[in-house]
Ligand binder design. Structure first.
Ligand SMILES: O=P(O)(O)OC[C@H]1O[C@H](OP(=O)(O)OP(=O)(O)O)[C@H](O)[C@@H]1O
Ligand SMILES: O=C(O)c1cc(=O)[nH]c(=O)[nH]1
Length: 188
């Protein structure tokens, strides 16, 4: 996994890390913006995220003897990451493959009126995904929607933890967060 981690870090630094003046989802101002979509929607980046993410998810599943059926998180940032990890699970360990879903920011106003779309069934054990956590508010919103629809969130995986309190906010709900990178490991 060392080479995959190094390659993914290099791609994140090249395509996703930006400096300037940015307003974040929480309304906070920041001189750093990590546009993970650029890396997660790069075909090479998606493959790297899939391998590294599935390795991290599977290690947690096996070390804690968990049974997980599906992976997903708040659209849009989580979507390519959830699918990449689901595809890596099917490719590497088809008998343990995770189904994939997405959480809309609001329930759909027509059709079936669902907030969760894709392969999600009430009662399933879930890994929740985010691309970046800053305050953790978006991940917590996804967790609320999943729980409201009968899912059981076992843990969270994020591509980058900005180390601004989001991890602590999610873990205060009893949901362990696995970051593939932190701000420190990415920028060091
Ligand atoms: O931890 P937080 O303070 O919630 O911030 C992180 C969130 O901010 C972004 O979402 P945003 O809604 O900006 O964009 P997206 O719809 O492009 O994913 C990002 O994708 C994370 O989900
Ligand atoms: O907090 C955010 O909204 C945020 C931070 C960041 O670095 N990247 C991103 O996509 N969103």
């Amino acid at each position: 996994m060392l080479q995959i981690t190094a390659d993914l870090k290099a791609l994140l630094l090249k395509k996703s890390v930006r400096t300037g003046t940015f307003t974040l989802a929480s309304g906070k101002q920041s001189d750093l913006y990590i546009d993970c979509r650029m890396t997660a929607m790069d075909p090479f980046g998606a493959a790297l995220i899939g391998e590294l993410g599935w390795h991290a998810v599977r290690s947690k599943i096996h070390s804690e003897k968990l049974s997980i059926q599906a992976i997903g998180g708040m659209t849009l940032g989580a979507d390519p990451i959830s699918l990449a990890i689901g595809m890596a699970s099917a490719r590497n360990h088809p008998e343990e493959a995770l189904q994939v879903f997405t959480v809309r920011k609001e329930p759909k106003g027509h059709g079936a009126g669902k907030q969760i779309e894709g392969n999600f069934t009430p009662g399933q054990n879930i890994v929740v995904v985010d691309d970046v956590i800053t305050t953790g508010g978006s991940t917590l919103k996804a967790i609320d929607a999943i729980e409201r629809d009968g899912g059981v969130v076992k843990f969270a995986i994020v591509l980058v933890d900005r180390e601004e309190g989001g991890r602590e906010a999610i873990e205060a709900r009893g949901i362990h967060v696995i970051p593939l990178f932190t701000r420190s490991t990415l920028l060091s």
